[in-house]
Design a protein around this ligand. Structure first.
Ligand SMILES: Cc1cc2nc3c(=O)[nH]c(=O)nc-3n(C[C@H](O)[C@H](O)[C@H](O)COP(=O)(O)O)c2cc1C
Length: 385
């Protein structure tokens, strides 16, 4: 088992966030940090997780607490994983590789995004075939089939299909920064880069980030405008049961639907024979007027938790947040920004540090409340009904 140690300069995700803000250009930090529209749901996600309270049982018999969690036939060392994040190399060069390696060494899942800056094959090599893959649904079935074949060839165990990006979220910071998909290097952005020499040097040494998984399908030497058009034409985010059913038939491994926000879609996932759902609102980046994730999670876990694996992301920033989410009925949790703050703050050490930090915090709370096993967390929930 990986030794758990962390840098005492950054004992919280907020410390990493603050450091990341100082270390990377504003357009990259704001792409990572922001929500959509007025950021209401971004803040509500964390705030409402933190309304969940836990009961400690101090006089109960306690032998040992273990974070080990069985999921899809694999026993992970902790009940959390690294959510798919696009364009990771923009925040810090090599970040998908750094995070995948740390996840592998810590025995937690890493999910590779279709639109990030490393390839299915490279990440499979780093994780010895253990990484999950998140599919943005292509407009053309031929491309879908090809991408799935590549994921199958590297024995990817879990395919994550994203359903909550039928249209790109309205993100004012990215619009102001000219950082719609794909990024644009305006004079303002170049000035920001000059203010972050360490980032600039690392990025220069590493070379410009590319969409490595998509590279074989992209015409060469596209200018930025053409690249934007290519992305728009290549992916049709809007998903439905007709698009999911053939993937279920085709894919031999596990399938998880990500972005579920209500009971109706959870029911459809079950009917389609999927193995899991991630209750998620994309970290508050898509629907500012929506619910925070802990609310539908609680209802869905109660109604369907015995029929499908119910996981959650959006808003978690600490061990206690993971504990609150598990107590509310989740089988497993994911985080996106927390890990990217870690890598942006600490470079190659950021993945190991962030996972270690969350493991230590979660272990502490399990021992504090006398919870010996992850599946016992719901016994510690103070019900608000
Ligand atoms: C910068 C950024 C890029 C993201 N890109 C993707 C993506 O390519 N695919 C995907 O399924 N989700 C993507 N997400 C959503 C995350 O997978 C996850 O749902 C979200 O980050 C969870 O919220 P948290 O950041 O509060 O932990 C992205 C999130 C962020 C912050």
């Amino acid at each position: 088992m990986k030794e758990i140690k962390f840098n005492s300069k950054y004992p919280s995700i907020e410390d990493l966030r603050e450091r990341a803000k100082k270390r990377i250009p504003k357009f990259a930090f704001e792409y990572l940090d922001g929500g959509c529209n007025e950021d209401v749901n971004l803040h509500k996600n964390t705030a409402e997780i933190r309304e969940v309270e836990l009961l400690p049982y101090y006089l109960s018999k306690h032998t040992a607490s273990t974070m080990k969690t069985e999921l899809f036939g694999h026993t992970y060392d902790a009940p959390f994983g690294i959510a798919p994040v696009g364009l990771q190399g923009l925040m810090w060069p090599n970040s998908p590789e750094i995070l995948a390696k740390a996840a592998f060494e810590h025995n937690v899942p890493f999910v590779l995004s279709t639109v990030t800056t490393s390839s299915i094959e490279r990440i499979a090599e780093i994780t010895e075939g253990q990484a999950w893959f998140q599919l943005y649904h292509p407009a053309e079935n031929k491309l879908r089939d090809d991408i799935l074949k590549r994921a199958e060839a590297v024995e990817c165990p879990v395919l994550v299909i994203l359903c909550d990006v039928p249209t790109f979220g309205f993100r004012p910071r990215d619009i102001r920064n000219g950082l719609a998909m794909p990024p644009k290097m305006s004079a303002k952005n170049i000035l920001q880069v000059l203010g972050k020499p360490n980032w600039a040097m690392q990025t220069l040494l590493h070379g410009q980030p590319n969409f490595e998984t998509l590279k074989p399908y992209m015409p060469k030497n596209l200018d930025l405008k053409q690249l934007g058009k290519f992305m728009d034409q290549t992916f049709s985010g809007r998903l439905n049961e007709e698009k999911i059913a053939p993937i279920r038939d085709m894919w031999k491994g596990k399938i998880v639907l990500k972005g579920v926000a209500n009971e109706a879609d959870a029911e459809k996932a079950i009917k389609l024979g999927l193995d899991g759902i991630i209750v998620s609102n994309h970290g508050g980046r898509q629907l500012d007027a929506g619910e925070s994730t802990i609310r539908p999670l609680t209802r869905i876990a109660k109604g369907y938790g015995d029929k499908i694996k119910v996981m959650m992301d959006s808003g978690l920033r600490s061990g206690p947040d993971i504990a609150r989410t598990l107590a509310s009925g989740a089988d497993f949790t994911f985080m996106g920004r927390s890990f990217m703050y870690g890598v942006s703050a600490m470079g190659s050490k950021g993945g190991d540090h962030t996972i270690s930090l969350l493991k230590i915090q979660l272990q502490q709370i399990m021992e504090q409340i006398c919870c010996e096993d992850v599946i016992d967390f719901p016994n510690h929930l103070i019900s608000k009904e």
